[in-house]
Design a protein around this ligand. Structure first.
Ligand code: UD1
Length: 423
């Protein structure tokens, strides 16, 4: 497994290009299963999760070809082949093909998910929503098998505004017979991007971005040419990094309107934030101040930036309280931060962070995508050289992270795992 060596103490300065949103690109790729012909999805981040989704699509007979950061997807030979465990266990978002496959073929066979180790991530809301629309599910040899004689519109009331469940139901509903209403729907910008994509394909959708989405089922979807929105989590990660390490960054392409609460929390911590049409400029000239925050579904503070914020607050002035409401078990990386001298105590879904003067380098591990990013942020400010193991987690979600950081002045070096044959 690759590891990253980070020498802390250098401020960040320069411009960082923000890639397309992982959590949008993956869903657009799944949605393409509904369309006939050749679609182009532009601004797709070249990260491991998107490569995994390409493999999922190829299993389903979709022709996939990269042209720079555009992905050309040809669906003439698409078929409802099974999605194997090897792929679903690498990336839970593979289950997003469930809705489109049921809608197009009336059956789907997807391995039960594994994925990020960040607490229980059940798929009951996906299943109940699709069942409401006339799908039936069973489990066979580790596979989730879905069947329907024809999806029909329904009122789907989600217990929690799950992003994935809203997306799966939405992708099924656009092709169902009749009208569907999703109540307590997720409102994330990536979901809005997916709805825009589906509308370009021919779908009829109203109310996306609000808790009630209304869908009128239609038949026949055409190919599209669509550009993925910028990744607000990547942008937020670099914004937090500069607040932690100090300096000034231009987050080129970032959309401030997708990051309102994040930017206002960073301003509370002492950052100077300027939103422009071309991106966000953020600078920090002092030690960060403590900030309290609570993660919630959008437009609340994103759980995907909670670990990075904890890394920032670990060396802030004063005591912060962070409450995690979206994923249980998303504090597991705290032990790694504490090994770097942080003073963080957790109690259930609350964390109390007493800011220390300076973190100190230690060998640590990236436990998942965002926890890995948090370790990088902690390392950028720590005293000494931090070795971060298991960088493959970070590679799932961040394109060229160490190249981007190095261009901003950070002292980072990747050590690649030597192949066993050579060692
Ligand atoms: C997506 C994002 C992930 C982000 C999360 C919340 C992708 C690929 N991933 O994940 O980066 O952290 O949204 O913003 O877009 N739940 C259930 N039953 C279900 C579905 C979810 O109980 O059927 C629970 C989960 O266990 C979790 C919560 O709902 O506690 C939120 O999950 P959800 O919004 O579905 O997240 P994902 O779509 O998996």
């Amino acid at each position: 497994m690759d590891r990253l060596l980070v020498t802390g103490g250098t401020p960040l300065d320069g411009t960082v290009e923000i890639a397309g949103a992982k959590n949008s690109a993956l869903k657009l790729m799944a949605a393409v299963v509904l369309a006939d012909g050749r679609s182009t999805v532009r601004n797709v981040p070249r990260i491991q999760d998107c490569f995994t989704m390409v493999e999922v699509l190829e299993h389903l007979g979709v022709g996939c070809a990269w042209a720079g950061d555009a992905l050309v997807l040809e669906t003439t030979d698409v078929r409802p082949a099974e999605t194997p465990y090897d792929l679903v266990s690498r990336m839970r978002a593979s289950i997003l093909v469930l809705g489109p496959l049921l809608a197009r073929f009336g059956n789907a066979r997807v391995a039960m998910p594994g994925g990020c180790n960040i607490g229980s991530r059940a798929i009951d809301l996906h299943i109940r929503g699709l069942e409401k629309m006339g799908a039936r599910f069973s489990s066979e040899h580790g596979f989730l098998v879905g069947e329907t004689t024809g999806l029909r519109g329904a009122v789907v009331n989600l217990d929690f505004p799950s992003v994935g469940a809203t997306e799966n139901v939405l992708m099924a509903a656009v092709a169902a017979r009749g009208n569907t209403v999703i109540e307590n729907a997720a409102r994330e910008p990536e979901l809005v991007d997916l709805a825009d994509f589906l509308v370009e394909m021919g779908a009829r959708i109203d109310g996306v971005g609000t808790p009630t989405i209304e869908i009128q089922g239609v038949e026949g979807f055409g190919p599209v040419d669509h550009t993925v929105i910028p990744d607000r989590v990547e942008a937020g990660t670099y914004a937090i990094a500069v607040c932690s390490a100090g300096g000034r960054l231009v987050l080129s392409g970032a959309r401030a309107d997708h990051m309102d609460l994040v930017l206002s929390k960073l301003a509370d911590a002492g950052a100077d934030v300027v939103a422009t049409d071309a991106g966000v400029v953020i600078s920090m000239g002092s030690r960060p101040r403590c900030v309290d925050l609570v993660t919630l579904p959008y437009p609340g503070f994103p759980t995907d930036l909670q670990p990075q914020m904890m890394a920032l607050l670990a060396s802030a002035e004063g005591t912060s309280i962070v409450t995690e409401n979206v994923f249980e078990g998303r504090f597991m990386f705290v032990d790694e931060l504490n090994r770097m001298g942080a003073d963080i105590r957790t109690e259930g879904h609350h964390a109390v962070i007493r800011g220390v003067e300076r973190l100190s380098a230690a060998p640590v591990r990236a436990l998942d995508i965002r926890a890995g990013a948090a370790m990088v942020i902690a390392a950028l400010t720590a005293d000494g050289v931090t070795e971060i193991e298991d960088m493959y987690h970070v590679d799932r979600g961040y394109q060229d992270m160490e190249a981007k950081l190095a261009a901003l002045g950070a002292v980072v070096r990747r050590e690649r795992e030597r192949s066993p044959a050579l060692s």
